[in-house]
Design a protein around this ligand. Structure first.
Ligand code: 4NP
Length: 152
């Protein structure tokens, strides 16, 4: 089983989308996908209604997801830890215990050679159009990641 964790700040907007989209592209008997936030603001909450809606419009149900905070034991439980932006990356790395932990963490958009800005923009204070933009960016990148995982 290969285990992949998507991480943003609140675990209600970006990482639930990355979690649901990548999960939809992989076989659950071989791949486990989860998500978490570096902050605890929204622990126990459903994803933001706008993330639920944009996912639903694209045939993906993320409404059953529940926000949780990233924890040090996630370094042991996951093979790949993807940060949605540089700030999330720094927050995760600050909890790393050793080089093995650090080596598991990558910026999500580092996997996408077609984009130069490696931060998935935070749509929380934005409009539905920002969620649409983020959905497409995450979908395109998830296709690349799934293809790579299936080749390994
Ligand atoms: P996310 O978006 O990190 O993509 O889940 C945010 C959600 C909530 C907050 C910030 C970003 N907040 O400040 O509550």
């Amino acid at each position: 089983m290969t285990r992949i964790l998507m991480v943003c700040l609140g675990n209600i907007c970006r990482s639930p989308l990355a979690h649901g989209i990548l999960e939809s592209k992989l076989n659950s008997s071989e791949f486990y996908v989860d998500s978490a936030g570096t902050a605890a603001y929204h622990v126990g909450h459903q994803p933001d209604s706008r993330s639920i809606q944009i996912a639903k419009n694209n045939g993906i149900n993320i409404s059953h997801q529940t926000a949780r905070q990233f924890k040090v034991s996630d370094f042991d439980r996951f093979d790949y830890i993807y940060a949605m932006d540089a700030s999330n990356y720094t927050n995760i790395i600050s909890l790393a215990r050793n080089n093995s932990d650090i080596g598991k963490v990558k910026l999500f958009l580092e996997e996408n050679p077609n984009v130069s800005n490696k931060n998935v923009p935070d749509p929380y204070y934005g409009e539905m159009s920002d969620f649409e933009y983020v959905f497409d960016l995450i979908k395109d990148t998830s296709i690349i990641i799934a293809k790579r995982l299936l080749e390994d």
